[in-house]
Ligand binder design. Structure first.
Ligand code: SF4
Ligand code: SF4
Length: 292
């Protein structure tokens, strides 16, 4: 029987190194079964190990569900404190839901206690929310960079939604609506929600309070405001990231509204290990030590 009551999910948070900085001794594994994406963020280039990079969207290899299940149980043998299995790309988890479902289903069959965590842009959240509940996904992260469709037009190049491509504010408005309704629904069902926000100078830097407040109103428990990583080949390749002082000031201001994550490592989509002790190399990926 899958336990995904609010109380059971909150208890799992105690052992989740990302949602609880006091759980830094616990490890997580990202299983890279989700290569496709259904939107294009202007800061994103997905890469398959062509360079030594450690950031979201990068993996050494995409795995099939069977391979991912084997990697999880291999990792379990050598990492006794592995408590969390997550899907974090390299594309969007919900744009590859068949593979995600199969992976999580097989792991759950053999490991009823594992904590499942999933990251998404939220476009398909209203469509798959009940499936996530049935799989026992207790922790969901939605990247929501704005609550203003006009600003969204500068952040997202396009979205692909139900067979059509939408650009500009039209696309951003659909994305936002689905993010909010998906977050609200899952929060009501007891899932622990985190909203990730990429801080974009000149685009959303003055909207962070609105985003965090909206996330709170929808039932989200924590926000993670992150620095932009300017990636060569992306539209934002030449955008200057916010400095640490600005980032920390904005995080501190936001902490009056919701708890903040200060320890995110902006990990690869195949990261393995504790946040301070990356073991990806042993499991077919590259570690934080390989950062370019
Ligand atoms: Fe890249 Fe994620 Fe944006 Fe898709 S949703 S384009 S994978 S950052
Ligand atoms: Fe945790 Fe951040 Fe790494 Fe995700 S990217 S596993 S939230 S530290």
């Amino acid at each position: 029987m899958i336990q995904n009551s609010a109380a059971a999910n909150l208890e799992k948070t105690m052992n989740h190194p990302c949602y609880n900085c006091g759980a830094s001794q616990n490890a997580r594994i990202h299983l890279p079964v989700a290569p496709k994406c259904n939107i294009q963020c202007n800061y994103c280039v997905r890469q398959f190990d062509c360079v030594n990079e450690s950031r979201p969207g990068v993996v050494s290899a995409v795995l099939t569900p069977g391979e991912a299940v084997s990697r999880y149980f291999e990792a379990k043998k050598t990492i006794p404190n592995l408590t969390v299995a997550g899907i974090a790309g390299p594309g969007d988890a919900l744009a590859n839901f068949k593979e995600v479902r199969e992976t999580l289903r097989q792991i759950r069959q053999r490991d009823p206690d594992v904590t499942f965590c999933l990251s998404t842009n939220g476009l398909m959240l209203p469509f798959y929310a009940n499936d996530l509940l049935a799989l026992g996904v207790s922790h969901v992260t939605v990247t929501m960079n704005t609550v203003d469709a006009a600003a969204g037009a500068n952040i997202y190049d396009h979205i692909n939604y139900l067979g059509k491509t939408y650009t500009g504010a039209d696309g951003a408005a659909i994305l936002l609506q689905n993010q909010l309704s998906g977050i609200r629904y899952l929060a009501e069902k007891g899932v622990v929600l985190k909203v990730n926000i990429v801080l974009l100078k000149g685009i959303n830097e003055h909207q962070i309070e609105d985003i965090v407040r909206t996330a709170k109103d929808c039932g989200c428990r924590i926000t993670n405001i992150m620095q932009l990583i300017p990636v060569s080949g992306s539209k934002f390749a030449h955008m200057e990231p916010a400095g640490n002082a600005d980032l920390n000031r904005i995080r501190k201001q936001s902490a009056d509204i919701l708890p903040q994550m200060y320890h995110c490592k902006q990990c690869r989509a195949d990261a393995v290990g504790a946040l301070e002790n990356d073991l990806s190399r042993q499991f077919g990926g590259k570690s934080d030590d390989d950062k370019a």
